[in-house]
Every structure is written in structure tokens, then in C-alpha cells.
Design a protein around this ligand. Structure first.
Ligand code: GDP
Ligand code: IMO
Ligand code: MG
Length: 425
């Protein structure tokens, strides 16, 4: 059976979770493949709001198995807190959760180091979520990380862990001014979580490829978005993993040939949280207005999100990097009251027209805009594509033409029902 991949095409918070929840009805397994508790994925169903950080957004369907993939940085405290909040909302998860044995464990000192490192960067700070993500992945790449599988072997505690901690303590004390770690305390911490995690741990690549081979339908859930990708985003103002298609293959361990459908989630305007380039950013009162209409405040940190006009160049970049087959356009309803709507249709870099997203020199980008008339009426109750006002359809058709990717679904509200299938009026 083919796998479906869901990717954020902008700087995150595109409404991925809403779409994943909507599409999960048809799935057997939903897999998060990268990131950690930096993600904030909001699902609204029957008047209830759920915000997921580590748990895949398919969890609300009682028959869907949810998997935390190998590409993730898993903070045990955040994970078990999230399970508790599922219990409080009466969501049964016990037989439906799997965690990759080669996922990395994020430890409390990663969080402390993230905070310190942001302080030390001063004006150059990244604006991270301070969840320790970058520091956990740094250990992974430096080959001094700890994976779930490690904490079940005796030799890890006797041989590798003491060595890892002695080295980490040099860094913690001398560079970060953080209390050194005690080997026995870290060891106890990991042993306690080893027991708690045990019932969920799987060899994820084996498990998922077997399930796909026996006709199970799998959806891969990205966190963050393409412009936050470590390699294809606005480096260094990015996250420390790969939310793009390449990251989905690595982070899930599935045979790439199973992936038949890559869906890009794209907001009808753009937002970004944290520092870094944002060519179509809107400032001042207009920004406050759009932020308020869209309730653009971080689902993880509560920070106000920066807002801007739809940027075709980043979606074309996203389509190239990810191999998008289609787009789901979200939050179109937020533009209901605008007289006219700007769309960035291209860039000039130092006076020359370019047709790619540059890797630096962002201050010298000049954005070329076109304006589209607004529709000035509420659309959140539309049930079919044909119900949308003429100008809303014109806006969608223009985006589709500029981006070169078909828009197949349109979201006009946070609930499952507020989802329109294009071409079926
Ligand atoms: P994610 O990180 O990509 O899953 O997105 P977030 O959950 O961080 O942010 C998206 C926000 O927009 C959430 O509060 C959703 O409930 C909400 N949302 C999603 N789609 C729509 C939509 O079409 N219209 C409106 N008004 N809200 C939406
Ligand atoms: P979802 O999955 C929006 C941003 C942070 C910061 C940068 C690096 O909800 O779309 P990190 O803590 O990852 O080291 O921070 O990435 N960021 C997000 N922005 N949505 C997210 O996730 C994000 N996860 C990280 O704000 O700019
Ligand atoms: Mg989010």
C-alpha cells in the first residue's frame, strides 16, 4: 500500500495537524518522522481543542496506530506529560502507540543548554522554542547521543554513559556555566524511563515496511516546515532536523518507493515564529490586524507569530525540494475581510530577477507583488468548493497557477467539516 506524506511548505504552523486529523480517518498508521516537542499541532474536534507536541495528530481516531519515528528527538518528560493529557481527555492510546528504538532521547540538560545558548547569542539568537532540540540533534550528529535502544543494555550504563557524561560535563561547566551531571542520577533517570517506554519500543523500519507490505495505509506527519529545514530553510534560522521529503524517508525508515503521495500544507498567507528572514513580512498595525484575525500565537510557546503575504517563491522552492503532488490551502477564511490581497509572485536579488529561493543575502531581495480583490464575505460555512465567492476562487486559481501545483483541498475553518474538495462543487 502506498504511503502519504504531509509536509509544511512554509515556516511551520500551516495547519498540518488539522489536515492530518482530517485525512487520518482513512489511515491505519500515522508516523511523526522528525522534530520533538518544539512542534505545536492543534486539532479542533466537536468543540474540543487538542494540542500535540510529540504525539502524532492521528491519535484521535481509535483505530489508528501512532508512531514516533527514528528522526525524532524525544523528551521523555514531555512525552509522558502528553500521555497524561490524553488520559485527561479520555483518549485511549495504550495499544496504539509505538516509538522507534533508534530515536534520540532529549535530556533535561539539552533544554538548559538551549536556553543558555540563546542568551549567549544575544542579537544573533535564533528564537528557538527552548525545548533543547538543537542540542539533542547536535549530540546525534557528533555521535555522542543516546538512543532508546541504548538504555536497555547493561554495557551502555557501565561503559558508554560514564564517558559521555564526563565529556559533557566539561562543556556544561566551562562553556555553559551549568551544574555538572552526576552519572548515577542520569543512569537512574534513564533506567526509570527505560521501563516506562518498554511497551512502546519497536524497530521502526522493520515494523513500518512490514505493515506497508501487508496493505496497511500509512501517513507520515512532518513537523515544522520546509523553510525551517536544516539544509533547505533560511539557515541558521532553522530547526535542527529535516521536515522535507528526504527527512521523512530517513526519519521513518520506510522504503521510499512506498511514498506515492506528497501533500504540501500551505497557509493562504505566511507566518513565522522566531528570528530570521521573511521577505513578505507585514509590519505595524496591518500585521497586528492579520495576527489577530488568524489568532497567530505559537501553540508551543505562545509567542506572537510574525505574519506576511503569500509568497509564491517559497512554495515553488518547497515543491521542488519535496516533490509535492498537491497542496492543501489552509486558513483561507482569515482573509475574508480584506479589500485586496497581495501575493508575492517573484523576487529580484540585487536588481536581477531570480527564480529560486536564495541561500543568503536575504536583505537584498526585492519582492514583486500582484494584488487580488478580496471577497468581503464570510466563507467558513461553505460546504463545497462551488459555494466559495468568485474572488476567493480567483485567488485560489492564481496561487495554483503561480505555484505550479494543484490545490486539491481548501480549509476554511479549524474543524474537520470546514474542508472543501476542489473541483467537486
Ligand atoms: P501546525 O503546526 O501546522 O499543525 O499548525 P498549528 O496547529 O500550530 O496552527 C494552525 C492553527 O490554525 C490552529 O489553531 C488550527 O486550529 C487553526 N486552523 C487550521 N486550519 C484552519 C482554517 O482553515 N481556518 C482557521 N480559521 N483556522 C485554522
Ligand atoms: P510546528 O510543527 C513554527 C522554529 C522556532 C525557531 C526555530 C528553531 O508546530 O509547525 P527549535 O526550537 O526547533 O530549535 O527552534 O524553529 N520552530 C517552529 N516554528 N512551528 C513549529 O512547529 C516550530 N518548531 C520550531 O520558533 O524559529
Ligand atoms: Mg504549530
Amino acid at each position: 500500500m502506498p504511503a502519504t506524506l504531509i509536509i509544511g511548505t512554509q515556516w511551520g504552523d500551516e495547519g498540518k495537524a488539522k489536515v492530518i486529523d482530517y485525512l487520518s480517518n482513512d489511515m491505519d498508521i500515522v508516523v511523526r518522522y522528525q522534530g520533538g516537542s518544539n512542534a505545536g499541532h492543534t486539532v479542533k474536534v466537536d468543540g474540543n481543542t487538542y494540542v500535540f507536541h510529540l504525539i502524532p495528530s492521528g491519535i484521535l481516531y481509535p483505530d489508528v496506530i501512532c508512531v514516533l519515528g527514528a528522526g525524532m528527538a524525544i523528551d521523555p518528560e514531555a512525552f509522558f506529560n502528553e500521555l497524561q493529557s490524553l488520559e485527561l481527555k479520555n483518549i485511549q492510546y495504550k495499544d496504539r502507540l509505538r516509538v522507534a528504538d533508534n530515536a534520540h532521547i532529549l535530556l533535561p540538560h539539552h533544554r538548559l543548554m538551549d536556553q543558555k545558548s540563546e542568551e549567549n547569542l544575544g542579537d544573533n539568537k535564533i528564537g528557538t522554542t527552548k525545548r533543547g532540540i538543537g542540542l539533542c540533534y547536535a549530540d546525534k550528529v557528533a555521535r555522542v547521543g543516546i538512543r532508546l535502544a541504548d538504555i536497555y543494555t547493561d554495557s551502555f550504563y557501565t561503559k558508554r554513559l560514564p564517558h559521555l557524561i564526563e565529556n559533557k560535563n566539561i562543556l556544561l561547566e566551562k562553556i555553559y556555566g551549568i551544574e555538572p551531571l552526576k552519572i548515577s542520577e542520569v543512569s537512574d533517570y534513564l533506567k526509570e524511563y527505560a521501563e516506562k517506554f518498554q511497551k512502546y519500543v519497536v524497530n521502526v523500519s522493520y515494523y513500518l515496511n512490514m505493515e506497508l507490505g501487508s496493505a496497511k495505509k500509512v501517513m507520515l506527519e512532518g513537523a515544522q516546515g520546509t523553510m525551517l529545514d536544516l539544509d533547505y530553510g533560511t539557515y541558521p534560522f532553522v530547526t535542527s532536523s529535516n521536515p522535507t521529503t528526504g527527512g521523512a524517508i530517513i526519519g521513518s525508515g520506510i522504503n521510499f518507493q512506498f511514498i506515492e503521495n506528497v501533500i504540501g500544507i500551505t497557509k493562504a498567507y505566511v507566518t513565522r515564529v522566531g528570528e530570521g528572514p521573511f521577505p513578505t513580512e507585514i509590519m505595524g498595525a496591518d500585521a497586528d490586524h492579520l495576527r489577530k484575525l488568524g489568532n497567530e500565537f505559537g501553540a508551543t510557546t505562545g509567542r506572537p507569530r510574525r505574519v506576511g503575504w503569500f509568497d509564491v517563491e517559497i512554495i515553488r522552492h518547497s515543491a521542488r525540494v519535496n516533490g509535492l503532488h498537491s497542496i492543501v490551502l489552509t486558513k483561507l477564511d482569515i482573509l475574508d475581510s480584506f479589500e485586496s490581497i497581495k501575493v508575492a509572485v517573484g523576487y529580484e536579488l540585487r536588481g536581477k530577477r531570480i527564480s529560486y529561493f536564495p541561500s543568503s543575502d536575504y536583505d537584498n531581495i526585492r519582492v514583486l507583488y500582484e494584488e487580488y480583490p478580496g471577497w468581503n464575505e464570510p466563507i467558513h460555512e461553505c460546504k463545497n468548493y462551488g459555494d466559495l465567492p468568485k474572488n476567493a476562487k480567483k485567488y485560489i486559481t492564481a496561487l495554483e497557477k503561480f505555484c505550479g501545483v494543484p490545490i486539491k483541498l481548501i480549509s476554511v475553518g479549524p474543524s474537520r467539516e470546514s474542508t472543501l474538495v476542489k473541483n467537486k462543487s
